[in-house]
Design a binder for this molecule. Structure first.
Ligand code: SF4
Length: 275
């Protein structure tokens, strides 16, 4: 693809994350083929992820409370109640009764060990100290780089004097040590956007693995930036029309594009087998 044409293709940081799961997801999504709302069979886990994410945005409130279990549960209930307004688009198509049932289960803590979780949340950690010392964080700060042809909205942006620190909320599994490789790449992409907008160097970022209440700091390394840039280029090519190979660990069994993916593969192999 011509370089000029490639530079006009807009990429979101979330496209890079999708590429790391499976490059073909980028291809199908770019063609407007994504399923609207929540994929069938995944409603409960998606709603739980949204509820957890919203809790992560409100940890300062939970941390600032006295040790009264009932009070804490009431605050959690209040946060959870706001979710249907904040995530209206994401929850489109979810039946009201089902949503209410998931919410109730969530509050009753059937999906996590709430005492242990609360204890970990309320323990001070590097991130909570930073937030406390520098007046909290800015929620979902959006950045656009014309130079990179990339935009992104980082969950939390902390301004600690001269230092600007990206922080991402993840509702999935937490790695034993440090952060997942895909999270390092995503942090590096945000770091490049921050560096351009704020004229600074980003040395570190944080990942909140909220399900297990783990808060991990990660250094922004040159090689993560290099990988993010490499993936950015590939994503632009895919968005420009190149059908990519499937990812090494592509989660095909749970993929909404499974049928389309098979059809496309068959069509391509027929085309190339013609003499
Ligand atoms: S079906 Fe598999 S290869 Fe195709 S887009 Fe989905 S995850 Fe990727």
């Amino acid at each position: 693809m011509e370089e000029e044409q490639e530079s006009q293709i807009k990429v979101k940081v979330s496209d890079l994350t999708q590429y790391l799961i499976c490059p073909r997801l980028v291809y199908f999504s770019a063609r407007g083929l994504e399923q609207q709302g929540i994929a069938k069979g995944k409603e409960r886990s998606m709603i739980e992820s949204i509820l957890l994410k919203e809790l992560a945005f409100n940890l300062h409130t939970i941390r600032g409370m006295k040790d009264d279990e009932e009070d804490i549960k009431r605050v959690i209930e209040g946060i959870v109640d706001g979710v249907e307004w904040i995530y209206k688009e994401e929850l489109k198509g979810v039946e009201k009764n089902f949503f209410e049932a998931v919410k109730t289960d969530f509050i009753r803590s059937q999906s996590m060990n709430v005492d242990e979780w609360l204890r970990k949340i309320r323990n001070e950690n590097g991130l909570s100290k930073l937030e406390k010392a520098h007046g909290g964080y800015e929620r979902e700060h959006t950045m656009v780089s014309v130079k990179l042809g990339m935009s992104g909205s980082v969950d939390k942006l902390i301004r600690a004097g001269e230092e600007v620190i990206p922080c991402m909320i993840k509702t999935g599994k937490c790695p034993e040590y440090s952060v997942w490789k895909s999270d390092r790449v995503q942090l590096a992409a945000y770091a490049m956007l921050i560096e351009e907008e704020f004229g600074t160097t980003v040395k570190r970022g944080f990942v909140e693995y909220i399900r297990s209440a783990e808060f991990r700091e990660s250094q922004i390394r040159r090689r993560d930036k290099a990988l993010a840039l490499q993936i950015l280029k590939r994503v632009k090519r895919i968005k420009g029309g190149v059908f990519p190979e499937k990812g090494e660990n592509a989660p095909c069994d749970n993929c909404v594009f499974e049928e389309m993916c098979e059809t496309k593969k068959t069509l391509l192999s027929k085309l190339f087998s013609r003499r």
